[in-house]
Design a binder for this molecule. Structure first.
Ligand SMILES: *Cc1c(COP(=O)(O)O)cnc(C)c1O
Length: 390
């Protein structure tokens, strides 16, 4: 097992030994040719992951930094941004944009639901928007956005499409060269972090700018940022040996290893594994009377927000599981105490989730609830294997 603990929160996710070994290697100078080579290799793999004709950026920071980098470099103060929010992380774009004097409009359905495409069309028909943000998987609700519908609805209006992939990248397709029904209907920008489905410890902000997003930045002249300005970073990303700010050297080793693992598995196989795992985890937990907040058609491959059956105490349930070595997360805002969140992404295995099913059953039994553990494990395995064989 990779981690001693089963870290099944929505990120950071379990880190495998090969990545820990990469992290523990000797720290080179941030301009050393050996580091430069590994940096370039990491950038190349990220560009393949996102299939972008633009540029990728790797900067020390968390996913939130990558959100702010995306906004600062595409939307100027006073310009209009439409935020399509499926939960807590979608909403985070509001204060980020407001901090930069951007005018923000928001579309937010009830938690667990999808936004109506007609509402998006209506908003954009008013005109004047520079960009739209969409959170691929909202980590508060476990809802995955429907890119097949959203990309055309947004791009029809010539507006930039910004995708927050923090809880999806490397587990769900995010192909920036894919044409969603028309050559102009493509994702313009994907932002992400290292610690979720990529499976590397937290610490890296990753952003991929497609050609239109790069043009938007070039057309903006100055931006009110220094560390976040992608034009200042660009020469360094083209030649990582050029100093701009010190690279997080050991985290680059870790990212290179993490991306090698992603590429060795193969993107199609990795996407299928996550889709199957998500369905299987929800089906297994349903045997305990635990239902996902999101309907299966809108539920994410990477994490689930699971409602407690009547009477199960959140704090007690999670602390009992933690004592057995399985860590899950509580829920946010109105769902706090009423649901838990379980991550099922990154470098995780079938065995880990068989164990997770068993520990949940054991814990429910200890708390005085009926739980058919054997049935939950069986359902999990059956659904998972059927998914993989599809
Ligand atoms: C985790 C997450 C973030 C925030 O990332 P941090 O690394 O915590 O800053 C943003 N968006 C989504 C969708 C996330 O899941």
């Amino acid at each position: 097992m990779p981690n001693q603990e089963m870290l099944l929160i929505p990120g950071p996710t379990p880190v495998v030994d090969e990545i820990y070994e990469a992290l523990a290697q000797e720290t080179y100078a941030h301009t050393d040719p050996r580091l430069v080579k590994r940096f370039k290799n990491s950038l190349d793999m990220l560009k393949r992951l996102f299939n972008t004709k633009g540029e990728a950026f790797i900067v020390a920071g968390s996913g939130t930094l990558s959100m702010e980098m995306a906004i600062v470099n595409t939307v100027a103060p006073g310009e209009k941004l439409l935020v399509i929010s499926h939960g807590f992380f979608g909403d985070r774009f509001i204060p980020v944009a407001q901090a930069h004097g951007i005018q923000v409009e928001v579309l937010q359905p009830e938690w667990g639901q999808h936004i109506e495409i007609s509402a998006v069309e209506e908003k954009l028909a008013q005109g004047g928007y520079k960009a739209v943000t969409v959170t691929h998987v909202d980590t508060s609700t476990g809802v995955i956005s429907n890119l097949e519908k959203l990309v055309p609805a947004v791009k029809k209006h010539g507006v930039l499409f910004i995708l927050d992939g923090v809880c999806a990248s490397a587990a769900v397709e995010e192909d920036m060269s894919k044409e969603y029904g028309h050559p102009d209907y493509t994702i313009d920008l994907v932002l992400t972090g290292s610690q979720k489905a990529i499976g590397v410890p937290p610490g890296l902000a990753i952003v991929a700018f497609g050609p239109k997003a790069l043009k938007a930045r070039e057309a903006m002249d100055k931006v009110a940022a220094y560390y976040m300005d992608i034009l200042r970073w660009l020469p360094t990303m083209q030649d990582p040996g050029k100093y701009y700010a010190t690279h997080p050297v050991n985290m680059i080793y870790a990212l290179e290893k993490g991306m090698e693992i992603v590429m060795a598995e193969g993107l199609e196989a990795r996407y299928k594994r996550h889709a199957s795992l998500g369905r299987a985890v929800r089906a297994g937990l349903a045997e305990y009377g635990m239902k996902a907040l999101a309907a299966e058609e809108v539920a994410a491959p990477t994490l689930s927000c699971i409602l407690y059956p009547e009477g199960v105490n959140d704090a007690e349930f999670r602390s009992k599981l933690a004592a057995k070595g399985m860590v899950i997360a509580g829920s946010l805002a109105a769902l706090a105490g009423k649901a838990f969140r379980i991550g099922h992404m990154g470098n995780v295995t079938e065995e880990m989730f068989v164990k997770a099913m068993e520990l949940v059953g054991e814990t429910l039994t200890e708390m005085g609830f009926k739980a058919d553990t054997a049935k939950a494990v069986e359902t999990f395995k059956t659904v998972y294997r059927l998914g993989l064989a599809e």
